[in-house]
Design a protein around this ligand. Structure first.
Ligand code: XMP
Length: 509
């Protein structure tokens, strides 16, 4: 196992994820971890992360210099590199206005005789973000990489297994960054690469059992990937001690509610499906403003969940499917509200519980999906596309009726089926149908129709913050259009949405 000592950098969990990608177990611990605890952890290597401080300031985070006497290889990244240099007798200074201060993509030249850069090209882009630089490297260290502006971008004392890089190998912008981390783990630390997500699953289950003991756990299940994987993992760990409340608001896609219920049938937990369709539709009747719809659904969801929770009484833990990107995103409190996102989770006050459990808190989305497979959730649930909490209510534009929802469900199911048939589901990150509030004239058989226009939306995106419209082949669109107009009553015209985000958003409301 590898120890990642956290000095407060932005990318620390990303480092952990990259290490896991190399099939090596790791844990991120605060830099204040004692020397004794480090020894007890017995890592094969230690990674010092980046951080916002300057090592030459008295108050900046430091390590016990004895950590360098343990015979354990160390990789210092950015601040971690400077800390290593500073601690071992080098000199780090502010790169005032001279050009050694670097931010962003930087052409970097590597000494590929160095173990860290083995098998790499001698030149590549690295992602820098530092205002300090190493004016003098410690005794025993050699310069292993440089850029046009900076002579010492990477340093190493190969005899002791100490490596330091000024840039961030963990971010995608650094070319061959993963090779460098792989080299550190395998060439320097002698990792065996035997760790898998299956092991993570076992560790997570053991940790849940230890934390929960014989306590009761309550989870609000939305049927999305995160809450489903969280539920599956908890069910595997504590079985009947878990109660899942699945609020079926009647705004899900075709057959989705039944699929969710079926997927969890194999566990002996307490599964409660609340059929709240009428209740939600009643509250939403006549409402056409998107934000009002969102607020009503969010509030109603909480109320239904609360009522169920009251029936259950006091529980020891409330479980939430928070994943790492949620943890980061919730840090940006000043951002403008574009849409009030409603998520299952963040409910708290009105539910009587003592503590929160969030077993997915360190994982990225694709890791969560992998973990879902490990606990035995079906592929369609694990690979489910993002689906907004307010569901189809925000994909029926304007006011909402059960008939409109059913029309949309049928059309959306055909769209998804044909996209999958064409193998396009691998290329498109999210795709769905929207029932617009516009009716237009058409002709079917010999008769005039005056029916709704359906919009199709498909986007490619890596983070859903920005997105491009997907270039779905014309013949696939054609097939979808013909099938929907023929098979779904009430639709006589189909449009494809060709706007990116920004200026549009992915959803229409
Ligand atoms: P927008 O429409 O803001 O959507 O471009 C970005 C992504 O977020 C999803 N989305 C939601 N997810 N609760 C969610 O959990 C919501 O209320 C919600 N609204 C939008 C949307 O489907 C897209 O993936």
């Amino acid at each position: 196992q590898v120890l990642i000592l956290d000095f407060g950098g932005q990318y620390n969990q990303l480092i952990a994820r990259r290490v896991r990608e190399c099939n090596v177990y790791c844990e991120v611990k605060p830099y204040t971890m004692t020397l004794e605890a480090i020894k007890a952890f017995n890592p094969i290597g230690i990674i010092f992360t980046g951080g916002p401080n300057s090592v030459y300031e008295d108050a900046s985070p430091k390590v016990d210099p004895a950590v360098f006497e343990l015979g354990i290889p160390v990789l210092g990244i950015c601040y971690g590199c400077q800390l290593m240099a500073h601690t071992l007798g080098g000199e780090v200074t502010a790169a005032h206005d001279d050009s050694a201060r670097e931010y962003g993509k930087t052409v970097t030249y590597y000494n590929t005789d160095c173990k860290l850069f083995k098998g790499m090209p001698q030149e590549g882009i690295s992602w820098m973000s530092h205002g300090d630089y190493m004016a003098k490297v410690p005794t025993g260290f050699e310069l292993m990489a440089h850029s046009d502006a900076c002579p010492n971008v990477a340093i190493a004392d190969e005899s002791r297994g100490f490596y330091g890089v000024q840039y961030h190998p963990e971010v995608n912008h650094t070319e061959h960054g993963q090779t460098m981390l792989h080299n550190f783990l395998y060439e320097v630390c002698g990792a065996k690469g035997e760790w898998t997500m299956g092991d993570y699953c076992k560790t997570a289950i053991a940790a849940i059992r230890e934390k929960v003991g014989d306590g009761k756990v309550l989870l609000a299940l939305s049927g999305g990937v995160d809450s489903s994987v969280c539920a599956g993992l908890l069910a595997e760990a504590i079985g009947e001690q878990l109660t899942c409340v699945f609020v079926d608001h009647g705004l899900m896609r075709k057959d989705e509610g039944d699929e969710v219920e079926e997927a969890f049938g194999k566990w002996t937990m307490n599964f409660i499906r609340v059929d709240a369709e009428e209740r939600f539709l009643g509250k939403l009747a006549g409402i056409s403003d998107p934000e009002t719809k969102r607020k009503i659904i969010g509030e109603e969801f909480i109320r239904v969940f609360e009522e169920e929770a009251k029936k259950i009484g006091t529980v020891d833990f409330l479980a939430q499917g928070t994943i790492y990107p949620d943890v980061i995103e919730s840090g940006h409190g000043d951002a403008a509200v574009i849409k009030s996102h409603h998520n299952v989770g963040g409910l708290p006050d009105y539910v009587d519980f003592k503590e929160i459990v969030e077993p997915l808190r360190q994982l990225f989305k694709d890791e969560v999906r992998q973990l879902g497979r490990e606990v035995g959730l079906p592929e369609y649930l694990v690979m489910r596309q993002p689906f907004p909490g307010p569901g189809l209510a925000i994909r029926v534009i304007g006011d909402l009726t059960k008939a409109k929802l059913d029309t949309l469900r049928d059309a959306d199911a055909i769209f998804r089926e044909e996209i999958a048939n064409a193998g396009e589901d691998k290329n498109i990150n999210q795709y769905f149908a929207v029932l617009t509030n516009t009716r237009s004239v058409g002709v079917m058989g010999d008769g005039r129709t005056y029916d709704y226009t359906l919009a199709l939306r498909g986007v490619t995106t890596s983070d859903f913050m920005t997105a491009d419209w997907a270039r779905i082949p014309y013949d696939v669109l054609d097939k979808i259009s013909v099938r929907i107009v023929n098979e779904v009553q009430g639709i006589n015209r189909i449009c494809y949405d060709i706007t990116s985000k920004p200026p549009s958003t992915i959803e229409w409301e």
